[in-house]
Design a protein around this ligand. Sequence first.
Ligand SMILES: Nc1nc2c(ncn2[C@@H]2O[C@H](COP(=O)(O)OP(=O)(O)OP(=O)(O)O)[C@@H](O)[C@H]2O)c(=O)[nH]1
Ligand SMILES: [Mg+2]
Length: 396
Amino acid sequence: MLIKTFEGVDMNDALKKVKKELGGDAVILSSRKASDVSGGGRDGVVVTAGLPQIDPPWAHHLPGGPDESPDGLRLSEMDALREMIDRMEREWGPGASQTLRDLIARVGAVSDGGAAPLSPPFNPEEEAEKVLVEGGFSEQDRQEILEGFRLLSYQPVEWTPSQVRSLLQFLVSQKIDVTGSLFAAEGRPGRPKVVLFVGPTGVGKTTTVAKIGAGLVARHKKRVGLLNLDTYRIGAVEQLRIYGDLMGVPVEVANTASRLSGAIGRLSENDVILVDSAGRSDGGGEELLPFLSVLSSGQEYDLSVVLVVSAGQKARDLERTATAYQKIRPEALVVTKIDETGALGSLYGLLAHGRLPVSYVTTGQKVPEDIEVAHGGRLAEWMIEGWSRDGSGVRA
Ligand SMILES: Nc1nc2c(ncn2[C@@H]2O[C@H](COP(=O)(O)OP(=O)(O)OP(=O)(O)O)[C@@H](O)[C@H]2O)c(=O)[nH]1
Ligand SMILES: [Mg+2]
């Protein structure tokens, strides 16, 4: 901690000097009356203040160590704020970062001895906590987000509830990784892109396969084949066949690994092969391992495994699912049923710490409309503000 002593003609005067030199997160350690301030023989106060030398977590990722800037904010912190602004503009479009820009401008004004009030009109941290509780964020996730919030909201500016929400959205969006469309890159001719969808029972795997397949056929003019490994549930094969017929694409079924080579071989003329699998209540996709070894042997297919989870699952169940399916190495997530829950904060733990980017989100039962390419800013907005259908997402 950096400790310094300041003199003033009164408490207000001394505190202004503290703020000017140490910035808004200075801590007042002691104060006393003095009879000879600055050797001028006048009555006044002497204040001892300290500045905790806490670097924001992201400062460690920035080039150069922490340093002091003339306005009392550590340079690394200013750099971090600037980097945040840049990322915010990239993520949400021009103008999106106005809240942070205003904040930085006002921080400067306060440090310069400006007339901003010392105590904000309401407690932004309390408001942030309330928003996160309402959003269904777990205690642990709330603590993590509030830590970042504190670093950016400590300045005595007049926060409004909407600024609090903007900052929370921003902090949450920084933790969410997305893949963009899984089919954006042109595949190598003769080497189809194969995507295997895995996940617990009833999360929406088959429906997601149908939505993605229909979009690829109708809008992206891709040749698509569907493959079903789902032979456990009565009606499962039929469900995919109906979708395949509606789209006018071939559907194959393989219920054993030995039959897979033949089935997928018959689909290999397509650009994309979407593979549906059976949800098993007992599993983490262990039964799929023999299929996977067929799909990944040789260089014939460009294979991705995608884990499908439902936004309606509890945070702990989502983590349990992600851990169980680790053995089949999913590369990305699809989050379904966004429309079914009012509190999407339970997704935060998995999205922030599960180390899997999100590829698509689905927002209803309609095939093919209710799916979009995942976007970190939109997911964060839904987690803080709640989901509402606005039709402005990027279609799959
Ligand atoms: N509200 C809502 N319902 C969805 C969504 N996606 C799928 N569903 C519904 O969820 C139910 C199960 O969907 P399926 O696609 O059959 O789920 P699955 O994962 O293939 O199920 P299993 O094959 O039994 O493991 C169906 O009624 C779907 O219409 C979604 O985004 N929102
Ligand atoms: Mg299914």
